[in-house]
Design a protein. Structure first.
Length: 86
């Protein structure tokens, strides 16, 4: 797995989450391992918006069974999912 690709995916997803769901928050507080779903940052509607962003930006299809905490609870997990589909 190319670490540079993963880092760029993490950066893009982080930027989207900060802009859409955490405006005004300190970007340094959102790390690669911050719990997004279990921490209450992503609810079901926010997850759907994030999935739309991912599908449009990366041209991939996120399956319904992939929209749970197993794949969407951290920036690292999200990046791994996207990377596996590219």
């Amino acid at each position: 797995m190319n670490e540079k690709n993963l880092d760029s995916i993490v950066a893009a997803v982080k930027e989207f989450i900060l802009a859409e769901f955490l405006p005004g928050e300190d970007p340094n507080e959102l790390t690669s391992s911050t719990p997004l779903m279990s921490g209450g940052i992503l609810d079901s509607l926010a997850t759907l918006r994030l999935v739309s962003f991912i599908e449009e930006r990366y041209g991939v299809q996120v399956e319904p069974h992939e929209m749970g905490a197993e794949y969407f609870d951290s920036l690292t997990e999200i990046a791994k999912l996207i990377h596996s589909k590219l």
